[in-house]
Design a protein around this ligand. Structure first.
Ligand SMILES: Cc1cc2nc3c(=O)[nH]c(=O)nc-3n(C[C@H](O)[C@H](O)[C@H](O)COP(=O)(O)OP(=O)(O)OC[C@H]3O[C@@H](n4cnc5c(N)ncnc54)[C@H](O)[C@@H]3O)c2cc1C
Length: 446
């Protein structure tokens, strides 16, 4: 293979694909427009703390697609993972243990026994069904199932929506929800545990993958903004960057949201207009307002607390220093509080201020020492959490395909493309699904 394979974007999607291809002996060149690796998971140093782009955890721990990629290239020992399993709900009646399995559900003190039984009746058959069967429920919303439940049980579902990046239960497809429940079922080979890099910073995952690509003689260029992919006679012939450099190649993998890339990188007429319109329908953003708080005392030893109840703005309190102490300097403690919002709120500084104040008031009501321990706060709002909202009908199979029929040498990965899972897990899963397609193209083009 004479050509470099060009990967556009150094997020989890681009780097997992790059690493899988490098393992097979291909020469990979990653072009990243930013100065950092990690894409949406990039971290930064602030007042000696490692801050993520909002709260990030790895769903399914060592059963995640990310871990599967690391294992398949033989470098899983390089990513030390801290387990995230000390999770609780907080309601007006105090703290309640988060259920890790069906047995815990029976003991879930958050809701009355009658509600626990109806919850089990719903979740048990779901957890033991097949992934294929869940596809029959892809057009239904989770609320179709939960609407007949009592308010206590509905509150449970609303609280766990935060973990599926959905603002409300009617924004999650029932099929997608069921797949998550199956993957969390240990009797089906899954796990309900989460993980976070022990060295601090979710971008440790990207750094481990990038190091591997470099060891395999790949190249990673940061500050390289791709402006065009050149296609001649329906074949990829090269990549052009903003500084007008041209890189000849017959194989390009685009790893950032396809509904943006398709509208940016191609000359008019190269991609069928109707196809672009279809993919543009995926452009439905989830948004969050989150605040990092640094404290000078430890106000809880739990790792995650979900406040439950309609009166709470705060939907999650994440005690990052309790997951790993490496994120903070000695004597200081980092937490993040977050809530999903309508995307319009993410542009409204007044509303963000109000939300932050409500979150501070609520955290103080749960933890009376919060205000006196607070050293600083750093709010942020994000409009693109996951590239495809898992609305009913908009599930994994209806995402952007990994290839466009009729165009040779062009591939798409990342969380906007066909894959199941949540966030970074779906970005890595897309790479697992796409890599064999790239290999097959490379074999036939040689
Ligand atoms: C606040 C927040 C919280 C989240 N929480 C979680 C969580 O807890 N767990 C989880 O699994 N997921 C979480 N996610 C989602 C997760 O971050 C994304 O699903 C995942 O990072 C997507 O990876 P990707 O590689 O598909 O895309 P990206 O990370 O977006 O990577 C694309 C890369 O392409 C680069 N790029 C774009 N255009 C160009 C160009 N023209 N030329 C060169 N480079 C370009 C970008 O700079 C970027 O680095 C969260 C996201 C946010 C924002």
């Amino acid at each position: 293979m004479a050509d470099d394979i060009f990967v556009i974007g150094a997020g989890v999607g681009g780097l997992t694909t790059g690493a899988l291809l490098a393992k097979e002996g291909h020469h990979v060149r990653v072009l990243e427009k930013s100065s950092k690796l990690g894409g949406r998971t990039a971290s930064l140093m602030y007042k000696n703390h490692i801050l993520d782009n909002g709260f990030h955890i790895m769903p399914f721990y060592k059963k995640s697609a990310i871990f599967e990629v690391l294992k398949s290239i033989g470098i899983e020992s390089r990513l030390k993972l801290a387990k995230v399993d000390n999770i609780a709900f907080h309601s007006d009646t105090g703290f309640h243990k988060y259920p890790k399995g069906m047995g815990d559900l029976l003991r879930l003190s958050l809701i009355p026994m009658r509600s626990r039984l109806s919850l089990l009746k719903l979740l048990l058959p779901m957890a033991f069904t097949s992934i294929e069967k869940t596809e029959e429920w892809d057009d239904k919303s989770l609320t179709e199932l939960t609407k007949k439940l009592d308010d206590d049980t509905k509150a449970f579902f609303e609280a766990v929506c935060m973990l599926a990046f959905a603002d409300t239960a009617d924004h999650i497809s029932l099929g997608e929800f069921a797949r998550t429940i199956i993957r969390a079922n240990p009797f089906k080979g899954g796990t309900s545990e989460f993980a976070y890099p022990d060295d601090g910073g979710y971008d440790s995952i990207s750094n481990v993958l990038a190091d591997y690509i470099l060891e395999k003689n790949g190249i990673i260029d940061t500050n390289k903004h791709v402006k065009k992919i050149v296609i001649s006679d329906s074949k990829v012939t090269g990549v052009m960057t903003e500084d007008d450099s041209f890189f000849p190649t017959s194989c390009v993998v685009i790893s950032y949201p396809a509904y943006i890339a398709l509208n940016q990188l191609f000359d008019d007429g190269v991609i069928d207009k109707k196809f672009i319109e279809k993919i543009n329908r995926l452009d439905k953003k989830t948004a969050v307002v989150e605040v990092h708080f640094a404290l000078n005392s430890k106000i809880d030893s739990r790792q995650v607390v979900f406040p439950v109840g309609e009166h709470y703005t705060t939907k999650g309190i994440f005690f990052i220093s309790n997951i790993t102490s490496s994120v903070s300097p000695p004597g200081e403690h980092l937490i993040i509080a977050g809530t999903p919002v309508d995307p319009s709120v993410a542009d409204d500084s007044q509303k963000i201020k109000q939300i932050v104040q409500s979150m501070k008031d609520e955290i103080s009501s749960i933890y009376p020492d919060f205000n006196s321990s607070l050293l600083w706060e750093r709010p942020m709002a994000w409009k693109l959490v996951e590239s495809v909202v898992k609305e009913p009908g908009m599930v994994w199979k209806s995402k952007m395909p990994h290839q466009i029929p009729g165009i040779e040498g062009l591939f798409f990965v990342g969380d906007s493309t066909v894959s199941y899972g949540i966030g970074t897990d779906s970005a890595a899963h897309s790479s697992i699904l796409c890599q064999p397609k790239i290999e097959s193209f490379l074999q036939t083009s040689n």
